[in-house]
Design a protein around this ligand. Structure first.
Ligand SMILES: NC(=O)c1ccc[n+]([C@@H]2O[C@H](COP(=O)([O-])OP(=O)(O)OC[C@H]3O[C@@H](n4cnc5c(N)ncnc54)[C@H](O)[C@@H]3O)[C@@H](O)[C@H]2O)c1
Length: 349
């Protein structure tokens, strides 16, 4: 039987780090076709196309400089060409672009194809919360699972040991993705509570913005720990409130839960930009453009989506951390108010 053809949809910092793993694993396992296409949002770098640079130098010089990608990973700028014949899709683009891209993909999806989303974010639909995997599922009519964990892309690319979580309602698919993605230094647990896993990945970015505010305001490790814990409690409450399926505490103890929350509150880009926000008078948009070299922030946007959902349900007072992050980022509330907002947290009442 021919190996399953894999297409990576996205090529940013995380997309490129995952391409390193997938290229290596696909080449060494006859369940997969050794040639892996990677869809690249084309851009010019010093007068050269990024796809051309990746295909000749095997390095994504903009989003993952200093790392060689396996030669069997082929950068393709046209989505229809990149996805031709694909049995397996790995979605790894900033969440604001997924809807439009799925519309382009829809007429060309092979029957029986499956997907995994590595995208951290949420959207809002007529019935309330819409997960990014829901958007992909509905638009492409394929089965979709998710992968989320304490996985800062550059560290994964450096092959530093870490764990991650696959959430898959279909265990067979979950284990196929584990075979494609696991390495000795990237250890995977598969769980069935896919929606909980996905919400952990999205919501922790809001908490990371709060952690960055604390750093920028000069608070210490005790405060950061309190923000992480209160953030976790809000993540659990929010997930229980908005998820249709089961939400068990055990899922929050997987890499996608507590571990990702910790790493993002110490290391990620959301924390870094929020720290700068607290120290300067610049807007989030200005700092994103100035500090991230084309990479995208997720925390502030996710706080906006969450705020809309909470307002509709009249639940704002139950989520002071999520709400204050939104108000500080978008409504001009003083960043110095962040801790005041936490002093009356429902957890302490
Ligand atoms: N970087 C990490 O450490 C990390 C880890 C885990 C999960 N994630 C998640 O993975 C997802 C992708 O993040 P990333 O770090 O790979 O990307 P990134 O933020 O590094 O890069 C932005 C990407 O968006 C692309 N882009 C720009 N404009 C576009 C458009 N109009 N349409 C489509 N694409 C466009 C760029 O070409 C680039 O590939 C996000 O949801 C993120 O939360 C990231």
């Amino acid at each position: 039987m021919p190996g399953k053809k894999v297409c990576i949809v996205g090529s940013g910092n995380w997309g490129s780090a995952i391409a390193k793993i997938v290229g290596h694993n696909a080449k060494g396992n006859n369940r997969f076709d050794p040639v892996v296409n990677m869809w690249v949002f084309e851009e010019m770098i010093n007068g050269r196309k990024l796809t051309e640079i990746i295909n000749t130098e095997h390095e994504n010089v903009k989003y993952l400089p200093g790392h060689q990608l396996p030669k069997n990973v082929v950068a393709v700028p046209e989505i229809v060409e990149a996805m031709a014949g694909a049995d397996i899709f790995i979605f790894v683009i900033p969440h604001q672009f997924i809807g439009k891209l799925c519309d382009q993909m829809k007429p060309h999806v092979k029957a029986g194809a499956i997907g995994i989303s590595l995208i951290k974010g949420i959207d809002e639909g007529p019935e309330g919360l819409k997960l990014i995997s829901d958007i992909i599922r509905e638009k492409l009519e394929i089965e979709v699972c998710v992968l989320m964990g304490a996985n800062i892309a550059n560290e994964v690319a450096d092959e530093k040991f870490c764990e991650t979580t696959i959430g898959s309602k279909n265990m067979q698919n979950g284990h196929l993705f584990k075979e494609l993605l696991q390495t000795p230094n990237f250890r995977i647990t598969v769980v069935t509570e896919s929606d909980t896993v996905e919400l952990c990945g999205a919501l922790k970015n809001i908490v990371a913005v709060g952690a960055g505010f604390c750093d920028g305001l000069g608070f210490g490790d005790n405060t950061k720990a309190a923000v992480i814990r209160l953030g976790l409690m809000e993540m659990v409450t929010f997930t229980r409130m908005f998820c249709k399926g089961e939400v068990s505490s055990a899922t929050f103890l997987e890499s996608c839960g507590v571990a990702d929350l910790i790493t993002t509150c110490y290391g990620g880009r959301n924390r870094r930009v929020a720290e700068a926000f607290a120290k300067t008078s610049k807007s989030i948009e200005e700092l994103e453009a100035e500090m991230l070299n084309g990479q995208k922030l997720q925390g502030p946007q996710t706080s906006r989506e969450v705020f809309k959902l909470l307002k509709k349900k009249d639940m704002i007072s139950k989520f002071p951390l999520f709400v204050s992050v939104y108000q500080i980022c978008f409504e001009g509330r003083a960043v110095g108010d962040f801790i005041t907002c936490l002093q009356n947290h429902p957890e302490h009442m």
